[in-house]
Write a protein that binds this ligand. Structure first.
Ligand code: DIG
Ligand code: MN
Ligand code: MN
Length: 397
């Protein structure tokens, strides 16, 4: 059952809603002030997420295991966490590596100029992949938060690209060698914390993947805020990833254009963009729906206490389900279907699809198009968009 099948907006495990330990566990620190909330124990987070109807919990290695933990501490922490995940019926769909907090990564990880940093990044990632496999994760995300520059003369950008390729090919080899059955999902961001981040959008990542040795096991993890920061349509970028079967994961949140990475509650900004995204993911407009986790990579406002954090998390899931129900109703509306059907004149399909033939070229060259009649035709988009707005505002159902 998908998110739009029921009129209830209460999350169920079938919705596959997930949160990272770092999201609901965000203590409210920002560049201009310290934490405002106590640090939450990962096991408490898992229990709370299960209680509000989430399905999955994701993590960076150091969200669970302190950077300097001993092997015995690591084993104790993992054992307790696995027990909590099992006891609550939760799952760990995705894991990732923190390659951005420790000062050793101040000039990047896989793209850093210092080969000792690059070697340490590979070591840390292999260890974190081992943890992910132990927790049952089948998706491994790479967000290159520090893979970038301010003083651009510091390295040939082509060297950064090549180093990233070598790292991805090596780590794909590691996962295949260990037979972990994992897929990699690459997450783009245009800037912050670096002045510019390499591979800044999902489109760049999709091309980059095509250059890899094991491109079949590598896809993308687009994040709403990151593509909006670049001034792009998130739904269009997700659609391209879906169309080439590379949408392996997704980071849902809210973002105001022209701001730093806000990672706001899903649907709290740009409700129309969120509606069009959910419509695409749920497949109510047709086409294959997205079948992966709905991950909220977002955090509560700094103004909130712990109760506010759980309101934030419930709001992410509830808004997703409301938008899913609105999208299903919109695409079932007879007038909407009629307006869309009018755009789908299939008469020339035999000439326009299926590739080139000499016959098609001759037929297209001989086609008599009444240019003025076609140019003067009204397309009905004003009515179509008004209907969308009325579904969004809840005055049409
Ligand atoms: C930030 O958008 C990044 C990191 O939080 C993490 O590596 C990734 C996983 O969703 N998103
Ligand atoms: Mn973000
Ligand atoms: Mn993210």
């Amino acid at each position: 059952m998908s998110a739009h099948d029921s009129n209830s907006f209460d999350p169920t495990p079938e919705d596959r809603f997930s949160f990272g330990l770092w999201t609901v566990g965000n203590p409210g620190r920002d560049p201009f002030g310290p934490s405002v909330r106590p640090t939450m124990d990962p096991n408490h987070i898992v229990r709370q997420l299960a209680a509000i109807g989430a399905w999955g919990v994701n993590l960076h290695d150091n969200d669970l295991i302190p950077f300097d933990a001993s092997a015995s501490e690591r084993d104790r922490i993992v054992k307790e966490f696995k027990a909590t995940v099992a006891d609550t019926g939760m799952t760990v769909p995705m894991c990732t590596t923190n390659l951005f907090s420790h000062p050793i990564f101040k000039d990047g990880a896989f793209t850093a100029n210092d080969p000792k940093v690059r070697a340490f990044a590979l070591q840390k990632t292999m260890t974190a992949i081992d943890l992910g496999a132990e927790l049952g994760a089948k998706i491994y995300v790479f967000w290159g938060g520090r893979e970038g520059s301010e003083a651009d003369a510091c390295r040939d950008p082509r060297a950064a690209w090549q180093r990233m390729r070598e790292a991805m090919d090596f780590l794909c080899g590691y996962v295949k060698d260990r037979d972990y059955g994992m897929k990699f999902a690459l997450e783009a961001k245009p800037n912050e914390p670096r002045g510019d981040i390499y591979l800044p959008t999902t489109g760049h990542m999709l091309h980059f993947i095509s250059t890899l040795e094991h491109e079949d096991m590598v896809g993308v993890n687009p994040e709403v805020a990151h593509e909006v920061m670049a001034g792009l349509s998130f739904a269009h970028n997700v659609a391209q990833a879906l169309a080439c079967d590379k949408l392996f994961h997704i980071d849902l949140n809210g973002q105001k254009i022209g701001r730093y990475d806000q990672d706001l509650r899903f649907g709290s900004e740009d409700q129309k963009g969120a509606f069009l995204l959910v419509r695409l993911l749920e497949g109510t407009l047709g086409g294959k729906p997205y079948d992966g986790p709905r991950h909220f990579d977002a955090h509560a406002y700094r103004t909130e206490d712990e109760a506010g954090v759980w309101e934030f998390a419930k709001g992410c899931m509830r808004t997703y389900k409301i938008l899913a129900q609105r999208a299903a109703a919109f695409d079932a509306d007879a007038e909407v279907k009629q307006l869309i059907a009018e755009q789908e004149d299939r008469e020339l399909d035999p000439l326009l699809s299926g590739g080139y033939t000499v016959q098609k070229a001759a037929a297209l060259k001989g086609l008599d198009v009444d240019v003025d009649a076609v140019a003067s035709r009204g397309l009905g988009y004003e009515r179509l968009d008004q209907l969308l707005v009325e579904y969004l505002l809840g005055v049409r159902s």
